[in-house]
Design a protein around this ligand. Sequence first.
Ligand SMILES: NC(=O)c1ccc[n+]([C@@H]2O[C@H](COP(=O)([O-])OP(=O)(O)OC[C@H]3O[C@@H](n4cnc5c(N)ncnc54)[C@H](OP(=O)(O)O)[C@@H]3O)[C@@H](O)[C@H]2O)c1
Length: 277
Amino acid sequence: MVSIPTISLNDGTWFPELGLGTYGLRGDHGVDAMVSAIGTGYRLLDTAVNYENEAEVGEAVRRSGLDRDELMVTSKIPGRDHGHREAIASIERSLQTLGLARIDLQLIHWPNPSVGRWLDTWSGMIEARERGLVRSIGVSNFTEQMLTRLIDETGVTPAVNQVELHPYFPQGALRAFHNEHGIRTESWSPLARRTELSSEPAVQQIASAHDVTPTQAVLRWHVQLGSTPIPKSSSPQRQAENADVFGFELTPDEVDALSALERGRLWNGDPNRHEEM
Ligand SMILES: NC(=O)c1ccc[n+]([C@@H]2O[C@H](COP(=O)([O-])OP(=O)(O)OC[C@H]3O[C@@H](n4cnc5c(N)ncnc54)[C@H](OP(=O)(O)O)[C@@H]3O)[C@@H](O)[C@H]2O)c1
């Protein structure tokens, strides 16, 4: 079993340096995949209302046999549930679907600026935290400007901002802002969904220099940037491969060589324009 190190969030809660993405893991196969990941050492499971697999995540938590406090379950409020009361009701529905008494990290999935209710959603999440429905609160796909407004107007800094981040889109400026404000960066699609990233010469060279796979080199890059990657895999072998990135270290030049693959967002997910309900 792999031991995945943890860090402390700005509210004092522990948080793994690597977790499991669960988008697309559904049904019995999905539960089996998540139970296998927990058996491998994963402690962070990333779901969302819109992944329609919260029931599977809850089932995997129960089947894992682990103490509830050893696992960190993240869920996300969808755009259609924005608003103070709506956010609390959304969290209550998630808890029911998960079959759990608490969500460990609750995020706003997308800011949806044309709806203009993310500040109200955030205040609902603050109340949900006070009521013990969730332990930590954060956001996803928020820009520096949105984070600044959120902090200025509510006085509550998100614990996490989960954003698109991989060597094609390293998010240097946003990560610097997060570091300045004590916000933990979390990388979604950390493998760039395996597009052509693993065959990039820079990735292959660095992987062979450390006798690891291209995927492991990329995930190690995330860890050294100080961002928690949440690679999704349905295969126990690939889950084990992905978690096994804590026994080697990239040089600063190697980190820079991977960051130099930058070319921008891959899926047009600019949070100022892209909206999801
Ligand atoms: N907040 C947001 O807006 C947002 C947006 C997108 C994603 N997410 C979260 O981020 C998670 C991860 O992102 P993602 O699923 O889009 O992409 P990803 O983790 O970058 O890539 C997943 C793909 O890579 C394959 N893969 C994983 N490990 C591999 C390995 N060692 N060797 C070869 N192939 C491998 C998987 O296939 P197999 O399953 O067959 O191994 C799958 O096709 C999601 O599951 C979700 O939880 C959040």
